[in-house]
Write a protein that binds this ligand. Structure first.
Ligand code: CP
Length: 310
């Protein structure tokens, strides 16, 4: 694999290789000196056209722990505000010798455009594009589920909320299917995308009917910034029907875990006491994200010269 653009590009073998590599690399974070020399001399550019806390910091930590040189680009405060295009930004970064570009963009398809252009010779990693995909989030979610629940084959994963605007839901549905899990999407009809019938999932409008069957419940953020219409009557009504509160959490099987990709709307899709409970693996997801992103960068770049990745 030269790029990581979509969870759909990963075979079961690819995904298991990434998860197994991440498991080995997780140990690096526990050492006094959290560094490996693997990517010494390589340059990784974090190209962020959209806000991020977890993903941007996680990729930066991952690249630095592998001893790569890291250039952080944020559209805010750059020449993008003067009208510079993705092409000219990418050409500028290429001229500085980027071996890999980690890109987050508000436009679905931007990482594919970059990967299939001559604007960059390096590997392209999709760090979230519009409402399309977020493959490394799905990988870190799968890693977290596997470490808590064991082999994902046959496990019931319930993904709840704003599926319509969620790149996390799409990447998770694709990857979890590849790994043999059974995925159920729970949302109001207005927040399920057109064409969801072709996804490898079940759908439901009734969270209460799904809770007791779930090995993992993944709550999605209600993405109000992407909403230009009224998708539900009120925040209170949404929380009542689709929010995870203590009463619902207590109906989960004893072994079941609660997940959220972040950032959370506490009190909306998830109550604070659930987010902070023993069943919540939300902080663990962030820790695991660094190891998973180290594995992705290592597998895409480790050992290959710039000419080989061109
Ligand atoms: N989960 C996730 O992508 O979070 P950020 O938007 O903070 O990167």
């Amino acid at each position: 694999m030269k790029h990581l653009l979509s969870a759909a590009d990963l075979t079961r073998e690819d995904a298991i290789t990434i998860l197994d590599t991440a498991e080995e690399l997780l140990g690096v974070a526990k050492r006094p000196i959290k560094k490996l020399p693997t990517l010494r001399g390589r340059t990784i550019v974090n190209l962020f056209f959209e806000d991020s806390t977890r993903t941007r910091i996680s990729f930066e930590a991952a690249a630095k722990r592998l001893s790569a040189d890291v250039i952080n680009f944020s559209a805010k405060g750059s020449s993008v505000s003067k009208g510079e295009s993705l092409k000219d930004t990418a050409l500028t970064l290429q001229a500085m010798g980027a071996d890999a570009v980690v890109i987050r963009h508000h436009a679905s398809g931007a990482p594919h455009r970059l990967a299939h252009s001559r604007w960059t010779r390096g590997a392209v990693v999709n760090a979230g594009d519009g409402t399309h995909e977020h493959p490394t989030q799905a990988l870190l979610d799968a890693f977290t589920m596997r470490s808590r629940l064991g082999d994902l084959a046959g496990k019931n994963v319930t993904i709840v909320g704003d599926v319509l605007h969620s790149r996390v839901a799409r990447s998770n549905a694709l990857l979890l299917d590849t790994l043999g899990a059974e995925v159920t999407l729970v949302a109001p009809p207005t927040l399920l995308p057109v064409g969801v019938e072709s996804w490898p999932v079940r759908t439901s409008y009734d969270l209460d009917a799904e809770v007791e069957k779930s090995d993992a419940v993944m709550m999605l953020r209600v993405q109000r910034e992407r909403m230009n219409a009224s998708f539900f009557p009120s925040a209170r009504e949404y929380s009542r029907r689709y929010g995870l509160d203590l009463a619902r959490m207590n109906r989960l099987p004893d072994h079941a875990i609660v997940m959220h990709p972040g950032p959370m709307n506490r009190g909306m899709e998830i109550n604070a006491d659930v987010a902070d409970s023993d069943r919540s693996v939300i902080v663990e997801q962030v820790t695991n994200g660094v190891a998973v992103r180290m594995a992705v960068l290592y597998l895409l770049l480790g050992g290959a010269t710039e000419e080989e990745t061109a």
